[in-house]
Design a protein around this ligand. Structure first.
Ligand code: OAD
Length: 234
């Protein structure tokens, strides 16, 4: 198992206290996606969109990484082959849990993006459209997150890693949002073994070779321990 590719979703941060999207009590239960997470919503009511992301940024800054984030960082540090960590999450709990290389395919809550020139910078806690871009001075600041209808980031790099994968794991994701939900099929096509780790079976569970259900803080550290043990030959 030289090359491991891991995809994480909101479920890995749930036990840190961040809300998922589609579970009962999830963010999309009391926020309309079309009003806060599309380019059209931002054109229509940028203040509302900024408020939604500023609230999430404020909240995400106060929570801590959990045992699952920390276990994946340990795997990245101790595995002899390559461990590619792709996340759909916009929080920074993987980095704060010790991961140095994280591919944020849906962007980052703590980064700002100029809709005029494409410059990126560290986000202030409260962000406003009228904040001038540090590079071009245009007042067109938006969160550096991928909205519905936009292209996820780093897709070429992710596909390259999936083509070389020996093992693919999806953790804490409902398997409902594409293209991420299709990565299991891409990985299997490349000959990788595939495993889903989630509280309950996701929409695409039948596409995986193995499914483990339970809370991420329990099943992920166990899985990492088992992989590292196998590699050591104990
Ligand atoms: P979802 O909210 O769709 O799914 C979260 C998954 O995590 C569910 O399948 C839960 O069963 C599982 N889960 C909840 N608590 C868990 C725990 N403690 N341990 C393990 N699993 C747990 O979130 P995502 O799949 O990440 O996109 O959503 C994908 C994308 O849809 C997000 O990146 C976001 C959203 O709309 C954009 O905003 C573009």
């Amino acid at each position: 198992m030289r090359n491991i590719v891991i995809l994480t979703g909101a479920g890995i941060s749930a036990e840190s206290g961040l809300r998922t999207f589609r579970d009962s009590g999830g963010l999309w239960e009391d926020h309309d996606v079309t009003k806060v997470a599309t380019p059209e919503a931002f054109e229509r009511d940028p203040d509302l969109v900024h408020r939604f992301y500023s609230d999430r940024r404020n909240y995400a800054a106060k929570v801590e990484p959990n045992a699952a984030h920390i276990a994946l960082a340990r795997l990245q540090n101790e595995h002899r082959g390559r461990v590619t960590l792709v996340t759909q999450n916009v929080d920074n709990l993987h980095e704060r849990g010790g991961s140095s290389e994280v591919i944020h395919m849906h962007g980052e809550l703590f980064r700002a993006l100029c809709a005029g020139c494409g410059h990126r910078w560290d986000a202030p806690v409260e962000m406003r459209t009228t904040d001038p871009c540090p590079s071009c001075s245009l007042p067109r600041t938006r969160p550096d997150v991928v909205w519905f209808g936009e292209m996820p980031y780093h897709m070429d790099e992710i596909h390259e890693r999936l083509e070389e994968a020996d093992l693919f794991a999806a953790i804490g994701t409902s398997g409902t949002v594409y293209p991420a939900a299709f990565f299991v099929v891409d990985a299997a096509r490349s000959g990788a073994r595939t495993i889903e780790m989630n509280l309950e079976a996701g929409e695409n569970a039948s596409a995986f070779d193995e499914v483990v259900n339970g809370p991420a803080t329990e099943i992920v550290p166990d899985w990492v321990e088992c992989l590292l043990k196998k590699a050591r030959g104990d």
